[in-house]
Design a protein around this ligand. Structure first.
Ligand SMILES: [Zn+2]
Length: 269
């Protein structure tokens, strides 16, 4: 499902499209038709598994629209032809792309998306749907994304966007804090390095973001209340050294298997 298509080379919104006209997909160039439903959108006339817009669900579109409602100057499905990508929600003012993720993706794809947008001067904030993420089992990609600017989204509209402290060991989320709902109306730029001021848990993320929102983890860590400091102590921990048997298992069983899954996801995306 897509909110925009093109007619010849001109982009058109589903809200302005004609149900009898055939349009083309912004990403894969395949023919699209308009469907008027709860949200007017375009659908592909043929299967196009490699197209990201083809596999977008209605939920994905609703989450994108909920973000735009909070940030009215943001643009949905902005095209970046030079890197052949379409940003879910692009907030030009703060050079930020919000990538909504409702389905699994490989770590390689996540890295490539971040790198591509970075090459044009944009940072990426990941919005991870709790129907797929924030479960007990945590894959390599989710660990990677949580070290980057990312929030969870839950609910079915209205949606709740939140951050959380968590403790992940051996691919299991063994502990999580209560939710910190973010306030979209209050964003802050991070112009100076603050790594040294943050607990180790968040220092890594802070080097990968240029903005944060009120009540997210970075905000709480920079201006901590006594209760947040207590909570941080509970979640900051030194990594336990795994035993030789665990290391062997990780190196020869878990890692090759994860790589296989990653390459499979990448190829069938
Ligand atoms: Zn397409």
């Amino acid at each position: 499902m897509a909110l925009f298509a093109k007619e010849k080379e001109t982009p058109i919104s589903a809200a302005d499209a004609n149900p009898r006209t055939t349009y083309l997909c912004l990403e894969c160039n395949q023919p699209l038709r308009l469907k008027k439903g709860r949200i007017p959108h375009f659908f592909h006339l043929r299967t196009s598994p490699s197209c990201r817009l083809y596999s977008k669900s209605e939920r994905h579109l609703l989450i994108q629209m909920a973000i735009q409602k909070e940030l009215p100057t943001a643009i949905l499905e902005r095209r970046f032809p030079s890197i052949e990508r379409i940003g879910d929600v692009c907030w030009e003012e703060l050079k930020t792309i919000f990538e909504v993720q409702c389905s699994p993706l490989s770590e390689r794809e996540a890295r490539e998306r971040i790198r591509d947008y970075q090459s044009l001067g944009y940072g990426v904030i990941w919005i991870l749907d709790t129907k797929q993420f924030n479960q007990l089992h945590v894959g390599k990609t989710e660990i990677f994304l949580r070290e980057h600017p990312s929030y969870f989204v839950s609910g079915n509209g209205p949606f709740i966007f939140y951050d959380q402290l968590e403790r992940i060991e051996w691919g299991q989320r063994i502990k999580k804090s209560f939710s910190f709902p973010i306030d979209w109306k209050k964003s802050f730029s991070l112009s100076l390095p603050i790594e040294g001021k943050l607990p180790r848990l968040l220092a890594k993320r802070s080097t990968k973001t240029s903005i944060f929102f009120e009540n997210d983890l970075i905000d709480n860590a920079l201006f901590p209340s006594p209760s947040f400091e207590t909570l941080l102590e509970e979640f900051s921990f030194e990594e336990k050294r795994p035993s030789k048997a665990k290391t062997f298992f990780q190196k020869w069983i878990v890692d090759p298997y994860t790589r296989l899954i990653d390459s499979f996801l990448h190829d069938t995306r």
